[in-house]
Design a protein around this ligand. Sequence first.
Ligand code: CMP
Length: 141
Amino acid sequence: MAIERTFSIVKPDAVANNAIGGVLNLIEKGGLKIIASKMIHMSKKEAEGFYAVHKARPFFGDLTDFMSEGPCVVSVLEGENAIARYREVLGATNPEEADAGTVRKDFGTNIERNAAHGSDAPDTAAFEIGYFFNALEIKER
Ligand code: CMP
């Protein structure tokens, strides 16, 4: 299996709930290596740019309000099959449907305030890593 990189956000709800360590612990226990990480606070415009693929969705306004309401922890994760692996660690988008022991089951509240984000494909992972990390912070593979 290929070594991949994926992108993670510990969202403002999880940061506010003192769950940064809990989420990062599940990431590391899940076999993924955190190779870059920092705390940021997005403006509404920066959140809109990040979630541009969802611009036409009815929840876009609420989602970008939420993502800009407080600080987040953004990270780059590396490991075998990292994109799919991290989505397993996260669990279903809606915490009510997530399996026990997943990030969203343990730390999420509802489909919007769901504790963490992970890239869904190689092209979105590349865009999302590049949106937050520069060449000093993460080296090209
Ligand atoms: P995330 O993995 O960050 O990708 C897009 C986000 O949109 C998703 O997690 C949820 O937080 C949010 N989202 C997805 N579907 C809905 C929905 N039906 N209603 C509200 N928010 C949603």
